[in-house]
Write a protein that binds this ligand. Structure first.
Ligand code: ZN
Ligand code: ZN
Length: 333
């Protein structure tokens, strides 16, 4: 038996292939990781190696300590190999058919902790809160730059998720344009809003809370669940209960609540599946759409337990071999 399911917010169909379904615990063995030391003298993000990174853009450090010293709790630096160039002026699109634009943008790295072998799942509560606050601070700074249209905050955990440095870090990229996939997401949300008079994400929250089957955790401000049409086994969305299109509009007291849910979810994945690789994304509206009624920002966590192959590339349809109801039950147990 196989079933197709539609994600109402993204308008993506996924195939639930229950025939070849894996039981949730079968994902465990594949993802065991090597043990890392607390400090690695060859790591450019470890304390003592500050000179190996581009200059600091921002840091949280103990009171009275000097910049450049190793007394920081979080450091933000420009990516040494940035995908985009922060020195360029406004993007100008040229070319009649073969279009190009100057690669203006910002690419920053948030080094989340001095400890080489930690991750959000194993950091202290305070470290996770401060990391989330730094996400917000960098967002609020970058959104003021008129050259940028969209800010993506993401975290790649593990080799199959695309990380090249094991030291815990997140990345921020400010883009000079809104890519087609984000525009598509917004257009679908707008269409739903026109048809139903409500936000598709608010409706999804309500439906998931009523269905109860896929909700992992809820607190006063956030709800975490495995979406009805999950793309991958254990895909998790963390959605704020308060309707808001833009992550940058979050209040500092909401950040604490967000950090608690994020840590809880990633710790559950870590403990139950043996620290799997994953990508974490903040899906927020383009800067100019920050006050819109039809979009709603959220966290998307995509564990790398399966590899998208030719079919996914050719069709854009993901085959998920696990029922989100089953993975939700497993993770909550
Ligand atoms: Zn390190
Ligand atoms: Zn909403």
């Amino acid at each position: 038996m196989s079933e197709l399911r539609l994600n109402r917010a993204t308008k993506e169909w996924i195939i639930l292939a229950t025939e070849r379904a894996k039981r949730p615990h079968q994902f465990l063995a594949k993802s065991a990781k090597e043990r890392l030391p607390a400090h690695d003298s060859a790591c450019p993000f470890c304390p003592g190696n500050e000179k190996l990174t581009p200059p600091e853009v921002y840091a949280l450090r103990e009171k009275g300590s000097q910049p450049g010293k190793s007394s920081w709790r979080i450091r933000v630096v420009t990516n040494k190999y940035p995908a985009l160039d922060p020195m360029k002026k406004m993007t100008k699109i040229t070319g009649r058919f073969f279009r190009t634009a100057s690669g203006v943008g910002k690419h920053e790295v948030i080094i989340e902790t001095p400890q080489h072998n930690k991750s959000i799942a194993t950091m202290s509560k305070r470290q996770v809160e401060e990391t989330c606050l730094v996400y917000l601070r960098r967002y609020l700074i970058l959104e003021k730059d008129r050259r940028f249209k969209l800010i993506i905050i993401f975290r790649n955990h593990g080799v199959t998720a695309g990380t090249s440095l094991r030291h815990p870090h997140s990345q921020v990229i400010a883009l000079p344009l809104v890519p087609a996939s984000v525009r598509h997401l917004l257009e679908e949300a707008m269409r739903y809003y026109d048809d139903h008079g409500s936000c598709v994400f608010c409706d999804m929250l309500e439906e998931e809370l009523a269905a109860k089957k896929r909700v992992i955790l809820k607190n006063e401000k956030f709800v975490a669940f495995h979406p009805f049409a999950s793309r991958t086994p254990f895909e998790t969305w963390i959605v704020p209960r308060k309707h808001d299109a833009c992550f940058g509009n979050i209040a500092p007291d909401e950040v604490k609540s967000m950090a608690a849910v994020l840590k809880h979810i990633l710790k559950k994945l870590h403990d139950k599946l043996g620290d799997p690789d994953y990508n974490l994304l903040i899906r927020t509206a383009p800067i100019k759409d920050a006050q819109e009624d039809y979009y709603h920002w959220y966290f998307q966590i995509l564990p790398r337990l399966t590899t998208p192959a030719g079919f996914e590339l050719g069709s854009g349809v993901y085959i998920n071999t696990s029922l989100p109801e089953a993975t939700a039950r497993f993770i909550k147990k």
